[in-house]
Design a protein around this ligand. Sequence first.
Ligand code: ASP
Length: 345
Amino acid sequence: MIVRDKIMQKLKSMNSRRNFLKKTGLVSLGVVAAASCKNIAKEEGKTKRLVTPVKPLALSTWRNGIPANEAAWEVLKNGGRALDAVEAGVMVVEGDPNDMSVGYGGRPDRDGIVTLDACIMDEHGNCGSVAAIENIKHPISVARKVMEETPHVMLAGDGALQFALEQGFKKENLLTDKARKEWEEWRKTSDYKPLINIENHDTIGMLAIDQKGDISGSCTTSGLAYKMHGRVGDSPIIGAGMFCDNEVGGAVATGMGEMMMKTLGSFLIVEFMRQGRTPQEAVEEAIRRIVKKVPDYQKFQTGYLAVNKEGEVGAYCIHKGFNYALYVNGENKLIDSDYYLKGNK
Ligand code: ASP
């Protein structure tokens, strides 16, 4: 056979393979094996499910995601709703005085006042949030009440506190001795610029998929240590600190909130997944957006965590050091996130 015939034959067989792939609804990229490993295939920009989605599952940011996932799992394993799981999960961390970035025991603002931000979103796209709320240990539960009991999405400051008290929440002092002493130390040298230390970021963002396959998300924090009084970060902003869409998946953020607010990171990630990207591709693209748009991004840490409805997970951050807890198939594991500054300095 002459060379030209050989080439023609090869092209013919490639075409019939491509037609077969198209007919069977598999991918046009010739990466069926890889796609089925990843659980999904892409066809003309749409996500196509190939196998049964992994569920239930819970995932949350940082080390304290481990106990949070345990609490969420109690809800999920008994057939409970993802919304209840993401509330119960982050409440564990809100109530822990040793977690100094969330709820009770959180570091105060520069004036020594603990102010908290939180948001929650359910499988129907309902959402609620509170910003700069004081003296309430479980802002996530107030956010849920905003979602369920008011016509609004967000309440802030004194109004949020007033609403919480009306709903039966108790006023409590959230500033622990440990946090107060640290703040007093900080005040000795402070020039009132809130310095960002990546170790201080352990805000919890959580996503869960229940046995029915419904997704919900939550996010709660005391925000940046020694921030200006009244500063609100990304965590209570729907679409910045957290977003989920029951057709697609969800995303949560942690780290320097201003960067997520400038790029509406969590919403962006969900939209990337809607367009057919895997959660890992989506979180990496959202970090690259920050790199492109925020000139001093290297000074700060930002981490994103995402899951799609198939149960695929993605995590990415700017600096080394972000991790997340994933509870799936009866196992709760802490996993290190990949990061941008590895090869991009
Ligand atoms: N994202 C939070 C904020 O900017 C802080 C954090 O994640 O630690 O308020």
